[in-house]
Ligand binder design. Structure first.
Ligand SMILES: NC(=O)c1ccc[n+]([C@@H]2O[C@H](COP(=O)([O-])OP(=O)(O)OC[C@H]3O[C@@H](n4cnc5c(N)ncnc54)[C@H](OP(=O)(O)O)[C@@H]3O)[C@@H](O)[C@H]2O)c1
Length: 235
């Protein structure tokens, strides 16, 4: 019997680092994203979680790869869209597009994966510092990351007595494409963002992968919102 990590968005950044980490620890890994993970041995299921038509393919892949009884499964809800937008100017279409990937996909994946979750399994949500506070021009991201905390807490309650645990890990500024796209090609902005951590640097994706692996293997953190941000400098 194998341990399986199912990770959304393991084609780069934090998800890719998590795929490499779980695999190094001897787990089998299934990546769900549009691109390939690039980590040798990881099984890629190429899906667009924003498309609304991926359920049957994921269901079939879970049946094929996980079989009737994997030992432990960790589901990591990592894929997300990060767009600049204003809470007073949202269109329904835009809000639905972001929520589809950031919130609806995790909820649906929970249902599809539930039959394979035995005692010792876990569901990890990747939130953000913006799961518990807001900044300007990030309305859909802030909203969806707050909602993930709610979904995690509901998950915890609906898993009472099962021996399955859940956590929302909230990274701070992590050196990935998402952050680079957000900052643009401005070294001074990057330096200023790095200086917002009490350690004066960005977090590496591998550091967040380490926290995710810790959470997957530590049931005591069940129901927690766990900030992993190197300490943020408050101004
Ligand atoms: N980097 C940071 O500073 C930071 C801070 C706080 C929280 N986070 C959170 O950490 C998580 C990972 O972020 P990251 O920085 O590693 O981002 P990233 O480098 O941009 O990677 C995002 C991943 O999400 C996948 N994804 C995006 N849209 C998708 C879709 N429609 N269907 C399937 N997969 C999709 C991408 O895969 P494909 O493009 O191949 O589909 C990619 O693998 C996110 O939840 C993010 O909110 C990041």
């Amino acid at each position: 019997m194998k341990d399986w990590a199912l990770i959304t968005g393991a084609s780069r950044g934090i998800g890719q680092a998590a795929a490499a980490r779980f695999q190094k620890e001897g787990w089998s890994v299934l990546n769900l994203s549009r691109g390939e993970s690039g980590v040798p041995g990881v099984v890629d299921l190429r899906v667009d979680l924003g498309s609304g038509d991926w359920e049957p393919r994921v269901e079939a892949a879970l049946r094929e790869h996980l079989g009737p009884s994997p030992r432990r499964v960790t589901l990591v809800h990592n894929a997300a869209l990060y767009e600049h937008d204003d809470a007073l100017a949202l269109t329904a279409e835009h809000l639905r597009r972001v929520l589809e990937v950031n919130l609806v996909a995790p909820a649906v994946l929970n249902r599809l994966t539930r039959p394979y979750l035995r005692e010792g399994s876990s569901i990890l949500y990747v939130g953000s510092t913006l799961s518990e506070k807001a900044v300007r021009n990030n309305a859909t991201y802030v909203t969806s990351k707050h909602a993930l905390v709610g979904l995690m807490r509901a998950t915890c309650q609906d898993l009472v007595g099962t021996g399955i645990h859940t956590v929302c890990v909230c990274p701070g500024f992590t050196d990935t494409e998402l952050l680079r796209e957000h900052l643009g090609d401005k070294p001074e902005l990057r330096a200023s963002i790095a200086s917002k951590s009490t350690f004066g640097r960005l977090i590496t994706p591998e550091e967040i992968a380490h926290v995710l692996y810790f959470c997957a293997t530590t049931a005591t953190v069940n129901g927690a919102v766990l900030h992993a941000n190197l300490g943020q400098v408050e101004t």
